[in-house]
Design a protein around this ligand. Structure first.
Ligand code: HEC
Length: 398
């Protein structure tokens, strides 16, 4: 009896921690989804869910001003809906942004607003999803990205703006130059739109064959963006024809110098196409058990802060990703896996040549070995509590 009483006492401090916003319910429609934008009538029957996107604060940038903006950044609350028919799935994401920022040709200090939608190639095990920021070794993701870029000069007309030419560096003068600019304008596409397969930072491969049948749109109105993506449910890179799929979203804010990794990230979010299988929904949106206060002590006692910035008031560290928003964009399972199997999904982090004193991983015959301590020795209860505490690490919304 005495034993039972003390057990109850211990159980008393274990709380359920809500892990994320709710799942998105996709609506099946008859409408053609080949060409969708934010004005399409198909959205009137869609169900919009609240999805919070957190500033990606994992790394310290070389840019002091951008660092400051990123450290002060709040989360963004977006509204996201999905619709699908027999062959396509479409998403609309609406998010507030007080300033319309369009990247401009020839200007390196002006950044464009943008958004991305990310899918996991293999999502059969919700406990082993790819690293949220562009996938990880052996866990590839497909990413669709659109940036507000304005008209770009792309003389070859292939949408190949990486190889765009400054019109003033052509051999043309006067009338020829005017004609050239006119031609470029007509072949230039309005925005930068790309699809990639990625297994982590610096491993993005552009999908150029159009097999994904993806189209994207961005519209700015009343201090908010709405972006849409329509893509095939099934193609050679991806099979989304399942009851529930994990989808992740990213937003860039040009006015906050957002570019590349400097973005806002939503965690893997379950999109429910057909009811019946709750495994993924529970993994990503279910409550988790753990004692947050005890978790805080465990994190303090295990030297995490020796490598990581844990609280926003801790000094930034080059040794490991900052954890100040990890509870926002990472799932509980991902955090747990980071602790008990650091090599399973390695955050690529910095350019290893530029930061050779603080590598996040070492190479052993080409295989990446995380520099992080393996915490699989922690007891299950302590691990639960550490994960519950880490899930609380995130900034509030604007
Ligand atoms: C010796 C340094 C070191 C210590 C100590 C350490 N870590 Fe890490 N940790 C790293 C490095 C380096 C990475 C990035 C490489 C990787 O993904 O494994 C990382 C990655 C992570 C990630 C994934 C971050 C992301 O952005 O996806 C989490 C979560 C994490 N650590 C939590 C912890 C916790 C909690 C502790 C303490 C119990 C801890 N770490 C202790 C070095 C460390």
């Amino acid at each position: 009896m005495k034993k039972l009483a003390s057990m109850l006492l211990v159980a008393g401090v274990i709380t359920s921690v809500a892990t994320a916003d709710s799942a998105i319910n996709a609506v099946k429609v008859k409408a053609d989804l080949d060409k969708v934008d934010n004005k399409s009538s198909v959205w009137s029957g869609a169900k919009f869910s609240d999805v919070t996107l957190y500033p990606q604060t994992a790394i310290v940038l070389n840019d002091k001003k951008a660092n400051e903006l990123n450290q002060q950044a709040k989360a963004i609350k977006a509204k996201i809906a999905a619709v699908y028919n027999d062959s396509k799935i479409a998403f609309m994401i609406k998010w507030p942004d007080g300033t319309k920022s369009v990247q401009q040709e020839g200007k390196t200090d002006v950044y464009g607003d943008g958004f991305a939608v990310q899918f996991a190639q293999n999502y059969s095990n919700p406990k082993e999803l790819p690293y949220i920021g562009m996938g990880s070794d052996g866990r590839p993701v497909v990413i669709h990205l659109q940036k507000a870029t304005g008209i770009t000069f792309e003389p070859n007309g292939n949408g190949d703006i990486e190889h765009q030419i400054n019109p003033n560096q052509t051999i043309f003068f006067e009338k020829d130059l005017a004609n050239y600019k006119e031609r470029v304008k007509t072949v230039g596409n309005a925005d930068y739109q790309r699809s990639f397969i990625s297994e982590g930072f610096r491993s993005m491969t552009q999908i150029k064959d159009g097999s994904d049948q993806a189209t994207m749109n961005m519209n700015y109105d009343s201090k908010a963006w709405s972006g849409t993506l329509s893509r095939s449910l099934k193609d050679s890179n991806l099979n989304l024809d399942a009851a529930t799929i994990p989808v992740a979203f990213a937003i860039w804010d040009g006015a906050k110098m957002g570019r590349d990794g400097l973005k806002y990230l939503a965690p893997w979010t379950a999109v429910i196409l057909k009811k019946g299988d709750d495994t993924l929904v529970n993994a990503l949106h279910g409550k988790i058990e753990g004692d947050v206060e005890k978790g805080k002590e465990i994190v303090a006692a295990n030297g995490c802060a020796g490598c990581h910035q844990v609280a926003p008031t801790d000094a930034p560290s080059l040794m490991a990703p900052s954890l100040v928003n990890i509870g926002g964009y990472a799932s509980a399972d991902y955090i747990r896996e980071s602790l008990v199997a650091p090599n399973a999904a390695i955050v690529g982090g910095y350019n290893r040549n530029a930061h050779s004193n603080t590598p996040w991983y070492n190479l052993d015959n080409g295989k990446r070995i995380s520099a992080m301590t393996d915490y699989s020795f922690l007891e299950k209860g302590d691990l639960d509590s550490a994960v519950a505490y880490l899930k609380t690490l995130k900034v509030g919304a604007k």
